[in-house]
Structure formats: structure tokens, C-alpha cells
Design a protein around this ligand. Structure first.
Ligand SMILES: [Zn+2]
Ligand SMILES: [Zn+2]
Ligand SMILES: [Zn+2]
Length: 166
């Protein structure tokens, strides 16, 4: 008997990308484990989508020459990634873009917001953060969570269906 996955987890399949969770959960801007002594350029601010391990530093890049690398940047202590770098690899539609230092970026993770502005018309579907324009999510992480909910719901209904058929 062949068991086929219900939701194919393939690359370029939107948020089914396997490296997404490791990318969002990795620690950045810490000294590299392998190159910590060289200090100056050993901040871990890159992530290899092929190895999906820890964040890596500029000295590590030589070992990932043929791999897909993205660079994480910082804005007010939050991790961000450039839109033109990340959208080659994953569908980020619906995620709020911001312009920082003349570059369009998206935030990796949600940021706590203390209070809403007075006339809030549009908020993140997951964390409720105020959004501009017609975006649906404040960050990659919130979009990923939404996709997970959708997948879980689909799994549940398949489970119910298969129970009903037994
Ligand atoms: Zn390194
Ligand atoms: Zn690699
Ligand atoms: Zn959010």
C-alpha cells in the first residue's frame, strides 16, 4: 500500500517550504560558533536554505557556495529580510512590506504592540498588529502560522471523513 502525503511539502509550494521554520527559529547576530575568535565579521547573519541548520557567518559561506543563502538584517533589534531576497524562494504575498534604508523588507517574527492607534482598519490575522494597506500579516511568522492552521484544519476534516468511512 502506498501512502501519499496529503499536502505535498515541496519547494516553491508557498509556505510548505521545509526551511521556513528553521529560518524563523534560528538565532541571528550572535558570534559564530566556528569563527568566534575572528570576531569582527563573525556575526551569524546568514541562513542556508539547503542545510537548514543554524545561522552562519561570512566565514562560513565558503562551505555553502552552491547553496541558497539569505541574509538577515536588523531593524530596531528585530530581524528582517529583504523582499527581493526572500520572494525568490517563498510566496510572501499578504505580508506587510516596510521600507527601511531604501530597501523593502519584511519582518521575520511578530513584534508585540502595546496599544492600537485610534482608527485601526486593518490588523494582522494572527497577532492583531496594526497593518497598513491591504496586507494580511505583519510578518513571515504570522503568515506561516496561518498556513499551519489551514493545513491542520484540512487534516482534521480528512480524519473525520476517514472515520466516517470506516
Ligand atoms: Zn562562521
Ligand atoms: Zn548550505
Ligand atoms: Zn502578526
Amino acid at each position: 500500500m502506498m501512502v501519499v502525503p496529503l499536502i505535498p511539502i515541496e519547494e516553491n509550494n508557498g509556505f510548505g517550504a521545509q526551511w521556513l521554520r528553521p529560518l524563523l527559529e534560528a538565532n541571528y547576530f550572535i558570534p559564530c560558533r566556528d569563527h568566534g575568535e575572528e570576531m569582527s565579521k563573525s556575526e551569524s547573519k546568514y541562513f542556508c536554505l539547503d542545510c537548514m541548520g543554524k545561522s552562519i557567518c561570512s566565514y562560513c559561506l565558503i562551505h555553502h557556495r552552491e547553496h541558497r543563502i539569505v541574509q538577515i538584517r536588523r531593524s530596531n533589534y528585530h530581524n528582517v529580510i529583504r523582499v527581493n531576497e526572500v520572494q525568490k524562494h517563498v510566496d510572501i504575498s499578504g505580508v506587510q512590506h516596510y521600507v527601511i534604508n531604501n530597501a523593502e523588507i519584511v519582518f521575520l517574527n511578530e513584534r508585540p504592540q502595546l496599544r492600537h492607534g485610534k482608527r485601526v482598519t486593518n490588523t494582522c490575522e494572527i497577532c492583531g498588529r496594526t497593518l497598513l494597506g491591504s496586507f494580511r500579516f505583519c510578518s513571515l511568522s504570522c503568515k506561516a502560522k496561518k498556513m499551519m492552521h489551514v493545513v491542520e484544519k484540512a487534516m482534521e476534516s480528512v480524519e473525520k471523513l476517514s472515520k466516517a468511512m470506516m
